[in-house]
Design a binder for this molecule. Structure first.
Ligand code: SF4
Length: 137
């Protein structure tokens, strides 16, 4: 059993109100249980919502609003679900300010990717959960 970014499984939870289904991730459902989570929704953010990016250790929506607290809450709630099921592995969506692992957007909203880690991915990793992204499959 693994945690999985819900948008990779076809849930319409992205900031834009749509989804990002990944064939390889969906195919895994035949072999194992994937628990869909969307940290941004779990943090209380609306869908659709303004896109957000990480800058200087905080998370900002495109209009400049500091949404770090909601992102942190979403990370805590995601960790709670992981602990509930004794989950030790997660498949997370690359480049997201919540779920990204190794790559995130650089905070300039210019589609520029930089090295980094999303708020939820960071908390899960800190707690010993092994993370893969859809790009690792
Ligand atoms: Fe997908 Fe994670 Fe963004 Fe939710 S927070 S839409 S699960 S990448």
């Amino acid at each position: 059993m693994k945690l999985c970014s819900a948008c990779l499984l076809g849930v319409n939870c992205r900031y834009s109100g749509d989804t990002k289904p990944n064939k390889k991730v969906i195919a895994l459902l035949k072999k194992e249980t994937l628990i869909p989570v969307c940290p941004e929704q779990l943090g209380g953010l609306a869908t659709p919502r303004d896109p957000s990016q990480i800058k200087d250790g905080r998370v900002f929506a495109i209009d400049g609003t500091d949404v770090t607290d909601a992102f942190k809450k979403g990370a805590e709630e995601t960790l709670k679900i992981a602990k509930m099921y004794g989950i030790t592995e997660a498949i997370l969506k690359q480049r997201s300010p919540s779920c990204g692992y190794g790559k995130v957007y650089d905070g300039t909203f210019s589609k520029t990717v930089t090295k980094g880690i999303g708020v939820t991915a960071a908390l899960l990793e800190e707690q010993g959960i092994r993370i893969q992204t859809e790009e690792d499959l």
